[in-house]
Write a protein that binds this ligand. Structure first.
Ligand SMILES: [Cu+2]
Length: 190
């Protein structure tokens, strides 16, 4: 009986130790910046949504609010829903990648919206249906990460400005993932 309960005790201890190590790691990250908070502690994502799409490309939008006294840089973004996520802006009705990342000014809110800044999803891993939850992770200037969920919505307005240069291509190309901004492997077919 004693041996059995000791084994049970040891087994139960493993997750506790893992949690403790994770907690210490988090504490070290917080301390390494010399401040008590990371960039991710100061950013909040609200009203987040993504445009429902069958395949290929789509985009996510929302408000990113910086409650700190310093500008915070969004360096990159990822999502399990897409092969790649890029930080885009729309200039003269054409979208392009933002040079050097997206800045969320101190004490201010960055709005991601159709026709403006957006998170561009390239190569959807599955159809994105209205009502689906999409997880998005932003990597910030200090290396910390902010993960939030966007809900997929049907959105038909503002396609011209939102699609930018993609609006020049036939829609079949977008569906097939053969647009100019998709992975070059798409053009290797016969
Ligand atoms: Cu874009």
């Amino acid at each position: 009986m004693i041996a059995l309960s000791r084994a049970a005790f040891t087994a139960a201890k493993v997750p506790t130790q893992t949690a403790l190590v994770a907690l210490i790691a988090l504490t070290l990250v917080a301390c390494s910046t010399g401040a008590s908070t990371t960039n991710s502690d100061s950013l909040a994502a609200t009203d987040t949504w993504a445009k429902a799409a069958e395949s290929g490309m789509t985009a996510a939008f929302g408000q990113i609010t910086n409650s700190s006294k310093n500008d915070i840089l969004i360096v990159s973004a990822t999502s399990p829903a897409a092969a790649k996520v890029e930080l885009h802006e729309v200039v003269d009705s054409t979208m392009r990648q933002v040079d050097g990342g997206l800045v969320v000014p101190a004490g201010s809110t960055l709005t991601l919206q159709p026709g403006g800044f957006h998170l561009m999803f390239m190569g959807l891993t599955a159809p994105l249906v209205a009502g689906d939850d999409v997880s998005i992770t932003l990597t910030l200037g200090d290396g910390s990460k902010l993960t939030f969920t966007a809900v997929a919505k049907d959105f038909t307005g503002g396609n011209e400005s939102y699609d930018g240069e993609m609006s020049m291509a036939p829609s079949e190309d977008m569906e097939m993932g053969e647009g100019p901004m998709i992975s070059p492997s798409a053009s290797l077919g016969s």
